[in-house]
Design a binder for this molecule. Structure first.
Ligand code: NAP
Length: 340
C-alpha cells in the first residue's frame, strides 16, 4: 500500500535547493537522509513514497531489521528522512528540467512544481514490463493484475490463477496466492529461475502450485473479465488453454528510457542510466541511484538501492564543494514535510 497523505502545503514557486531528488523509493529516501547529513538543502519529489517496496509484502534481507513488512520499512525510511528534516513532496511527477546559463537547473513537475536546483539525483526506479499479448490491455483490472501482493486478497476462495514470471516477484506472488486460491499455475519461459532459491523451495513445497515451464502466455481470453489463458510450450509447440479467474503478470520492470534520452541522459542498451562508481551520469551535476541505473544489473535490492542513494548524495556534496557552491544549512534548520 502506498503512502498518500492529504495535501498540506505546496512548495513555493522559484524556491532554490542544493539538490532535487527525483523519486521516493529506497534510493531517493536514502539520498535524502545523506544529503541532509551533509547539510544540503534537499527536496524529494515523488509520485509516491516507497517505490517498488509498495509492491512487496515483506522484506527479510535488509540488514539489521530481520523480517519486516514492506510498508513498515517504507515508513522507517520516510521517518528517518523526516528526522533530518528533508523536504518530501508528493504526489508530484517531475516532467523534466532545463539547464540555466548560470549552471543551475530549473525543475518542473506535472502538478505545478517549479523550483531551482544546483544538482539533481535521479532515483526514479523503473516501470512494469508488459507481456504484449492479446487481451492483456483489454482485461487490465478485470482479472489482469501486475501486483500479486496488492491484489491477492481479491481472489480469496477463487478456483485458479496464473502467475507469469520466474523472478522473486512471481514466486512471492505465487506463494501468497496459494493461500487464497485453490490452484496456482506458475508459467515461466525457461526451466531455470531468477528467484532466490528460498522462494523456489517454498513454492515447490506447495501442493497447489503447478509449474508450467518452458512456456509463454500467448493470449488472455474472456467476455467481461478474464476467463482463460492460452499457454504455449516453446519446446513442443503445444498449446493449452487454462481456465482461470485471473492472471498475475510479474515479469519485471523496464526503465523509462525515452524520457531519459529526452533529458540527455546516456543509458545502456536496456535503457538504464549509465553511472560511474560514484553515481555520476554523463551530465555534470546530475547523479542517479537505484533501479533506474546501470549499476549492478540483475541485482536490484533495497539494500543496493539505499547504498546507491547514499553514494549519490555524497557525490553531490563533493560536486557542490568542488564547484564552490556548497553553503551548508544550519544543522538545526531544514525543510518542512510537504504532503499533498
Ligand atoms: P526480475 O527479477 O527481472 O524477473 C523477471 C522474470 O520475468 C524473469 O524470470 C524473466 O524471465 C521473466 N520475463 C521477463 N520478460 C518476460 C516476458 N516478456 N515474457 C515472459 N517472461 C518474462 O523481476 P522481479 O521478479 O519483478 O524482481 C525485480 C527486482 O525486485 C529483483 O531484483 C528482485 O530480487 C526484487 N524483488 C525482491 C523481492 C523480495 O526479496 N521479497 C520480491 C519481489 C522482487 P527470464 O528469467 O527468462 O529472463
Amino acid at each position: 500500500m502506498s503512502l498518500r497523505l492529504r495535501a498540506t502545503k505546496k512548495i513555493p514557486r522559484g524556491e532554490e535547493y542544493d539538490v532535487v531528488i527525483v523519486g521516493g523509493g529506497p534510493a531517493g529516501l536514502s539520498a535524502a537522509i545523506y544529503a541532509q547529513r551533509f547539510l544540503l538543502k534537499s527536496l524529494v519529489v515523488a509520485k509516491e513514497i516507497g517505490g517498488q517496496l509498495n509492491l512487496t509484502d515483506s522484506v527479510d534481507d535488509y540488514p539489521g531489521l530481520g523480517r519486516i513488512r514492506a510498508s513498515d520499512l517504507v515508513n522507517k525510511f520516510k521517518r528517518h528522512a523526516e528526522m533530518f528534516k528533508a523536504t518530501i513532496y508528493y504526489p508530484e511527477e517531475v516532467t523534466g528540467w532545463e539547464r540555466l546559463p548560470d549552471g543551475r537547473f530549473r525543475v518542473k513537475g506535472k502538478r505545478g512544481l517549479d523550483v531551482y536546483a544546483k544538482a539533481i539525483i535521479m532515483a526514479v526506479g523503473s516501470v512494469r514490463r508488459k507481456l504484449g499479448v492479446p487481451g492483456e490491455r483489454e482485461f487490465a483490472g478485470k482479472g489482469v493484475s501486475y501486483c500479486s501482493v496488492c491484489d491477492a486478497p481479491f481472489y480469496a476462495g477463487k478456483d485458479s490463477v496464473v502467475v507469469v514470471g520466474g523472478g522473486d516477484a512471481a514466486f512471492e506472488g505465487a506463494i501468497l496466492l496459494s493461500g487464497y486460491v485453490k490452484k496456482v499455475y506458475l508459467v515461466h519461459r525457461r526451466t531455470e529461475f531468477r528467484a532466490k532459491p528460498f522462494f523456489v523451495e517454498v513454492a515447490k513445497s506447495k501442493p497447489n502450485i503447478e509449474f508450467v515451464l518452458d512456456s509463454v502466455v500467448t493470449e488472455i481470453k474472456g467476455k467481461d473479465k478474464v476467463e482463460s489463458v492460452v499457454v504455449k510450450n516453446k519446446k513442443t509447440g503445444e498449446t493449452r488453454e487454462i481456465k482461470v479467474d485471473g492472471i498475475f503478470i510479474e515479469i519485471g520492470f523496464e526503465p523509462p528510457k525515452e524520457w531519459f534520452h529526452k533529458l540527455g541522459l546516456e543509458t545502456d542498451e536496456a535503457g538504464y542510466i549509465k553511472v560511474d562508481e560514484w553515481m555520476r551520469t554523463n551530465i555534470e551535476g546530475v547523479f542517479a541511484a537505484g533501479d533506474c541505473t546501470s549499476q549492478w544489473p540483475g541485482f536490484r535490492q533495497v539494500v543496493t538501492a539505499a547504498a546507491m542513494g547514499a553514494v549519490a548524495a555524497y557525490s553531490t556534496y563533493n560536486y557542490l564543494v568542488e564547484k564552490g557552491l556548497y553553503k551548508p544549512q544550519k544543522a538545526d534548520v531544514g525543510g518542512t514535510i510537504f504532503e499533498r
